[in-house]
Design a protein around this ligand. Structure first.
Ligand SMILES: O=C(O)c1ccccc1NCC(=O)[C@H](O)[C@H](O)COP(=O)(O)O
Length: 264
């Protein structure tokens, strides 16, 4: 595991141990009955795919370990509504505080401001977090293969599906892809960011996409800045892209999303 993922996994286990006593599974399940039903994350990505472009998962991202503070003027509900107006198919909202300056309240505010399906962008190390995610309204969860073993990945996906959510299974290299393809989720994300060096290379999606068949829905993640990048990734057979920094750094994120979605 990379140093940053090791560090995040360590504090995440502590966070979960501290939070669990305040919210038992039955308490979370009572909350789940009060949130709106899952909105169909994967379905929206497939339905909105346009020729010569990719469906957009637009990320609400204030800061990151690789870039520090990305956006000072940060209002999750306003940004979410602006992304929806710009043509995003889904949203990704970070809830991790120590590394990304995220918060659960950002997720709730952003999802309540839109009709789009939303993935809770969180580092999952315990099945309890899947119920917690649904209780916040999450329509999908993230499963990072570099961070967990196959048994936990399978349990996270099974729990997500039991709640009607989708699971985006994230990989960065061929061994992780081989593991991911044996799991029960058809939604595969290829992260172009190397989490050891923080280098970003779109060639990662180009190389690993050859391992994915038509039964899977492919998402290219990280380092996507221009319509030329989108055109390049569309040739890999990807259905969608996950974009944070390049949109978050622009004042008008509606226009930024529209520009990215306009074929080169
Ligand atoms: O973004 C980081 O620095 C990072 C560091 C450690 C673990 C995960 C990290 N990013 C999570 C992501 O998946 C990205 O936020 C997402 O793909 C969007 O990437 P970008 O468009 O490059 O902001």
């Amino acid at each position: 595991m990379s140093d940053i993922l090791e560090k995040i996994a360590t504090y995440k286990r502590t966070e979960v141990a501290e939070r669990k006593p305040a919210a038992s599974l039955s308490a979370l399940e009572a909350r789940i009955t009060k949130v709106s039903a899952p909105r169909g994350f994967q379905r929206a990505l497939v339905a909105h795919k346009q020729p010569h472009s990719l469906s957009l998962i637009a990320e609400v991202k204030k800061a990151s370990p690789s870039k520090g503070l990305i956006r000072e003027d940060f209002e999750p509900a306003t940004l979410a509504a602006a992304y929806q107006a710009g043509g995003a198919s889904c949203l990704s909202i970070l809830t991790d505080a120590p590394s990304f300056m995220g918060h659960e309240s950002h997720f709730v505010a952003a999802r309540n401001a839109v009709t789009l399906p939303c993935i809770r962008k969180e580092f999952l190390v315990d099945v309890w977090q899947v119920a917690e995610s649904r209780s916040l309204g999450a329509d999908a969860i993230l499963v990072i293969m570099a961070m967990i073993d196959d048994a936990l990945a399978a349990d996270l996906i099974a729990a997500a599906h039991a709640y009607g959510m989708d699971a985006l299974v994230e990989v960065h290299d061929a061994p992780e892809m081989e593991r991911a393809l044996k799991l029960a989720s058809p939604l595969i994300g290829i992260n172009n960011r190397n989490l050891r060096t923080f280098d970003v290379d779109l060639k990662t999606t180009e190389d690993l996409s050859a391992m994915v068949g038509p039964q899977h829905v492919l998402v290219a993640e990280s380092g996507i800045f221009t319509p030329q990048d989108v055109a390049r990734l569309e040739k890999t057979g990807a259905t969608a892209m996950l974009v944070g920094e390049s949109l978050m750094r622009q004042g008008d994120v509606t226009q930024a999303a529209k520009n990215l979605l306009t074929p080169a």
